[in-house]
Design a binder for this molecule. Structure first.
Ligand code: AR6
Length: 180
């Protein structure tokens, strides 16, 4: 694990499974229908139990789909966290279709939701970097800068960026060393 500090608030970059993060809440890389899926969403749905999916479906029925760049919050049910924040990242479509702004927004809205719910510590996956196809070398600088800004502003006290696999983790740590 590597740690960076911004105005006394910390960013930890580590390898692991986000369902095991020792944070108050975790962020899911969700889809607009909150319909569940593979990747990190599948892992979170399995660990949280069936009530998470039902709650997401109820939210979408009442409030409509979650737009790319937006996020919503639910309880975490069987997970050891208080909340799951479901952030919808953009689907990569060449890079000229607002992807960067939408990715930044997915991180920012998640941080703002955490702040609004007095959540001090939050774990993020690499939103959009799996099934949604966002090239990691372009996603990482956006995610890192946005998280650093949120920590600088004191939206939360601690963020864990949890990467799946050693190679991914090394890549993000390397980018952070260059950028932060
Ligand atoms: N912990 C941390 N990171 C993980 C885990 C885990 N347990 N499992 C996978 N990752 P993805 P997206 C990493 O595809 O690209 C779903 O079906 C993974 O290696 O989960 O935003 C949703 O329902 C990758 O780096 O999310 C949506 O339909 C990162 O998490 C769609 O996929 C994100 O990959 C969202 O696609």
């Amino acid at each position: 694990m590597q740690t960076w500090t911004f105005s006394g608030n910390s960013l930890h970059i580590l390898e692991g499974d986000i369902t095991r993060a020792d944070t108050r809440a975790i962020v899911n890389a969700a889809n607009p229908r909150l319909a569940g899926g593979g990747g990190v969403d599948g892992a979170i749905q399995r660990a949280a139990g069936p009530k998470l999916l039902l709650t997401g479906q109820d939210l979408v029925r009442v409030h409509g789909m979650v737009s790319p760049g937006d996020a919503v919050i639910t309880p975490a049910f069987d997970l050891p966290h208080d909340y799951v924040i479901h952030a919808v990242g953009p689907i990569w479509n060449g890079g000229e279709n607002n992807e960067a702004r939408l990715l930044e927004s997915a991180y920012t809205v998640s941080l703002l939701l955490a702040r609004a719910h007095n959540i001090p510590s939050l774990a993020f996956p690499a939103i959009s970097c799996g099934a949604y196809g966002y090239p990691v070398e372009q996603a990482a600088p956006i995610a890192l800068r946005t998280l650093a800004e949120g920590l600088e502003e004191g939206l939360v006290q601690s963020v864990q960026l949890i990467l799946h696999g050693a190679d991914a983790c090394h890549h993000w740590q390397e980018q952070a060393r260059k950028l932060l």
